[in-house]
Design a protein around this ligand. Structure first.
Ligand code: SF4
Length: 332
């Protein structure tokens, strides 16, 4: 039997029937499948997603409350103040956030994630986020508001819980063994500690990363095996001008699809979200293949520093694929 045959058999029993994720060696085997075996892998990942996550797709909008000028040096990020990049520093006021939340909810999205380009939040940023959440509620908007504000202390986690933030995004970005090639101003372990605090406080953990940052397939498998959150946003590197990763090639579409299927088989119950870079790496056809290969959540509209497809295009595709948008308060 081929290596894929072995892995598919294991995945059918362990993942599809029993809901247990693949181990690192099996994830690596998925990442290595030949092109002619890819459709079978994607089909199984889709079955797993439907069996353990259902048909619904969670739709989210994101907004940047503070853009650019970040003191960290994540080599993929055009918001780092350490690189010459066209992204200018900017801050959104509460009224703008309320408007953006209203527009997001009007698309059918149930999540409106407030993001800031910082190492971690200061008092003013947390005060601004608290005011924004209050104003969004006062506007009669029932959208859920996760946050992504960098590295947190325990007291800051408690404050976010008190604001009603139900989910916190903090990406590990890449495998632990590759992290120092991507970021030098903080460590993978510092990120991990914030995730631990968030989990201990009872918030949902959203933690993913970016593929195509020079990691080996072994490190890609390591990364998938290291993640255990409620949600994984999967980004594909969109090499931004001015950043150290600007010269890197974009990931091949086939490799991106192998990764989607492999992450789904590693994390059968997780919300696996298409995030940045999918338009560049996968195009329209690949977006469809991904949704039929394990993805069950999307970010609609624009990303933090790059443009996405129009929400209408994504929503029409979900409709065509007969995938309902997940309703508010549906259980994970
Ligand atoms: S990824 Fe986040 S922490 Fe890193 S440079 Fe960009 S904004 Fe700063």
């Amino acid at each position: 039997m081929s290596v894929l045959g072995d892995v598919l058999q294991v995945a059918r029993t362990d993942v599809l029937e029993h809901g247990a994720g693949l181990d690192e060696a099996s994830i690596l085997a998925c990442l290595r499948v030949a092109d002619d075996q890819l459709p079978a892998l994607l089909a199984l990942a889709h079955d797993v997603r439907r069996r353990w996550g259902g048909d619904a797709v969670e739709v989210e909008g994101i907004v940047s409350v503070k853009t650019g000028g970040c003191p960290e040096d994540c080599h993929f990020c055009s918001q780092s103040g350490k690189f010459e990049s066209p992204v200018r520093a900017a801050r959104l006021d509460v009224d703008s956030l309320v408007r953006a939340a209203r527009e997001t909810r009007a698309t059918g999205a149930t999540e409106f994630c407030i993001v800031a380009a910082v190492r971690g939040p200061d008092q003013k940023l947390l005060d601004d986020v608290a005011s924004a959440i209050e104003a969004i509620r006062a506007d009669g908007n029932d959208v859920q508001v996760p946050c992504s504000l960098g590295i947190l202390t325990a007291a800051q986690v408690d404050r976010l819980v008190a604001m009603g933030v139900h989910r916190y995004n903090h990406n590990l970005e890449t495998a632990r063994s590759h992290f120092s090639s991507v970021v030098t101003t903080h460590s993978w372990d510092e990120r991990w500690e914030t995730l631990q605090l968030v989990r201990d406080a009872g918030m949902e953990v959203c933690c993913g990363g970016i593929l195509g940052m020079g990691e080996t397939l072994e490190q890609r498998a390591e990364f998938a095996a290291q993640l255990a959150p409620d949600e994984v946003p999967l980004n594909f590197l969109d090499p931004r001008p001015g950043t150290p990763f600007a010269p890197l090639p974009t990931m091949l579409a086939g490799d991106a699809l192998r990764a989607i299927a492999a992450f789904r088989l590693a994390l059968p119950r997780t919300i696996l979200r298409f995030a940045g870079g999918r338009e560049l790496t996968l195009g329209d056809l690949g977006t469809r293949d991904g949704l039929l290969g394990g993805i069950n959540a999307v970010i609609v509209g624009n990303y933090l520093t790059t443009l996405g497809r129009s929400p209408a295009e994504d929503l029409a595709l979900l409709d065509e694929l007969r995938m309902p948008i997940k309703a508010l308060n549906a259980s994970l």
